[in-house]
Design a protein around this ligand. Structure first.
Ligand SMILES: *[C@@H]1O[C@H](CO)[C@@H](O)[C@H](O)[C@H]1NC(C)=O
Ligand SMILES: *[C@@H]1O[C@H](CO)[C@@H](O)[C@H](O)[C@H]1NC(C)=O
Ligand SMILES: *[C@@H]1O[C@H](CO)[C@@H](O)[C@H](O)[C@H]1NC(C)=O
Ligand SMILES: *[C@@H]1O[C@H](CO)[C@@H](O)[C@H](O)[C@H]1NC(C)=O
Ligand SMILES: *[C@@H]1O[C@H](CO)[C@@H](O)[C@H](O)[C@H]1NC(C)=O
Ligand SMILES: *[C@@H]1O[C@H](CO)[C@@H](O)[C@H](O)[C@H]1NC(C)=O
Ligand SMILES: *[C@@H]1O[C@H](CO)[C@@H](O)[C@H](O)[C@H]1NC(C)=O
Ligand SMILES: *[C@@H]1O[C@H](CO)[C@@H](O)[C@H](O)[C@H]1NC(C)=O
Length: 404
């Protein structure tokens, strides 16, 4: 039996943040894990809230592969031919964890590390927006030892190999989720995915993270591509899964830090119009696009962060009426998205302040969630969010969040 403390790398931000953390299920000793697993709650609530373009979304994230390499993988190509390939899709920074944080929270709050980070409970995520509309959600993290586990990592108990890692689990990074036992109960493993599939109790929004072998992190894009095809192919004809469902297969980041952070994105599923199968979409998208698309599809409130301005996937926008924007060539020439701007979770924060959501933003009738307004209205913290797709990066930091 092995714990995973060797992977732990403390940082100043970690220590500060941990004081406000929800740490009920963080123990990684084998005995602690076994005891917690015996009593931890698992929930699989369902709902059927109609969306404008799709009724369900499954988001699958793979690891660290450059666009060109992922495009060449035969199994990912096979999947891409079943749907729409995004040819201008970007990660928001390096390394992994801030990208996963961004995928549901609309920012990475300066994070430039894979540390044991806890994002303050006053920061909301897409989960708050979904719950407001009664839309069921769940995460499926391969080899997470039990539902709601908050620990830093869980290694394969026979081989000691990297297996489940917290840094690839977006919901668990936010205290807003982990202070809530009902939410922890929906942060499940892939065994529970199979069970929910069998029981016909899959939620309408799901985030799926394969383990460190399956997602290519410790292996290669060949392994990640084969795993993904093996997982997705049987679902393509499964009526319990394909119920006007959109599947997004993408990567957290490109692997060459010195280059722009472009990544493969594939949209498929029975929600995708037949005439768009085996096509490409070259609009600009990034991790915030999947939040914007979900907001537009179900007419949700917004987070008032980078989610607001992000492009909604083109085919979905045809149903929601959202206008897509082009990234200007001059801005693209100086944005790399290969390093984080400053903020609370930077390993050497110069300005460790949570930016306030921009409470005035409105996009196609979608306003910032009332509860978020209530939390942040009186805050004197600065905001940097604008209604734009040209979001900041390290070389073009928000005012006060630069390094100099
Ligand atoms: C998955 O989670 C369930 C529920 O907590 C747990 O009983 C089961 O052992 C876990 N499976 C694996 C493979 O860790
Ligand atoms: C990850 O999951 C795959 C099955 O999807 C399994 O073959 C592999 O051994 C797991 N990795 C570890 C480190 O346990
Ligand atoms: C779901 O499936 C599992 C395993 O097949 C079973 O034990 C459980 O009772 C089922 N739950 C529901 C709500 O049907
Ligand atoms: C992945 O692609 C290769 C080459 O086409 C093929 O041999 C293999 O069976 C595929 N894997 C899966 C899981 O379908
Ligand atoms: C990001 O990319 C730019 C342009 O290639 C490069 O100058 C810079 O060093 C890169 N940053 C990192 C952290 O690799
Ligand atoms: C990483 O993404 C950039 C585009 O932003 C691309 O030019 C580069 O080729 C990618 N890396 C590789 C090796 O594919
Ligand atoms: C997808 O399109 C390409 C070229 O446009 C074609 O070669 C390929 O056979 C198509 N794949 C499918 C599954 O239709
Ligand atoms: C949210 O929490 C952070 C960290 O505790 C704090 O700095 C910030 O002022 C809080 N914001 C609000 C609106 O409470």
């Amino acid at each position: 039996m092995r714990a995973s403390t060797a992977l732990f790398t403390a940082s100043a931000a970690t220590v500060v943040a941990a004081q406000s953390a929800s740490t009920y299920y963080t123990a990684t000793g084998a005995a602690d894990v076994a005891a917690a697993a015996a009593t931890a709650l698992t929930l699989s609530p369902t709902s059927n809230v109609k969306g404008k373009a799709f009724d369900r979304i499954a988001i699958i994230w793979l690891e660290n592969t450059d666009y060109t390499l992922a495009s060449g993988d035969p199994n990912l190509s096979w999947l891409a031919e079943k749907g729409i390939k995004l040819t201008n899709n970007f990660a928001v920074t390096h390394p992994s964890e801030p990208n996963y944080a961004a995928a549901i929270g609309g920012d990475y709050f300066g994070m430039n590390n894979d540390a044991f980070n806890f994002i303050d409970k006053n920061v909301s995520t897409v989960i708050d927006l979904l719950e407001e509309k009664g839309i069921s959600w769940g995460e499926y993290q391969e080899d997470q030892p039990y539902s709601g586990f908050e620990g830093f990592a869980w290694v394969n108990q026979k081989t000691g190999a990297n297996d489940y890692v917290r840094k690839h689990n977006p919901a668990v990074l936010y205290d807003d989720n982990t202070i809530n036992f009902e939410r922890l109960a929906k942060i499940k493993n892939l065994t529970m995915f199979q069970q929910d599939l069998e029981n016909d109790t899959l939620p309408q929004w799901m985030f799926i993270t394969p383990n460190m072998t399956s997602d290519g992190h410790d292996t290669s894009v060949t392994v990640a591509g084969a795993w993904t095809r093996k997982f997705v192919e049987p679902l393509l004809n499964d009526k319990r899964f394909m119920k006007n469902t959109l599947v997004l297969i993408t990567f957290d980041e490109n692997s060459t830090y010195s280059l722009k952070n472009k990544i493969v994105g594939i949209l498929l599923g029975d929600a995708v119009p037949q005439k768009l199968v085996n096509t490409t979409d070259n609009h600009f998208y990034n991790h915030y696009s999947s939040i914007a698309t979900v907001e537009a599809n179900w007419g949700l409130s917004t987070l008032g962060r980078w989610d607001v301005g992000a492009n909604v996937y083109d085919w979905v926008s045809k149903y929601t009426g959202d206008e897509l924007r082009d990234y200007s060539a001059s801005a693209m020439a100086k944005h790399w998205y290969n390093q984080s701007y400053d903020g609370v979770f930077n390993s050497a924060p110069h300005y460790p302040v949570y930016p306030k959501p921009n409470l005035c933003l409105e996009r196609h009738g979608r306003k910032v969630q009332e509860n978020i307004k209530k939390t942040w209205r009186g805050s004197k913290n600065p905001t940097y969010y604008l209604d734009t797709i040209e979001v900041n990066d390290h070389s073009n930091p928000p005012f006060r969040y630069g390094f100099n």
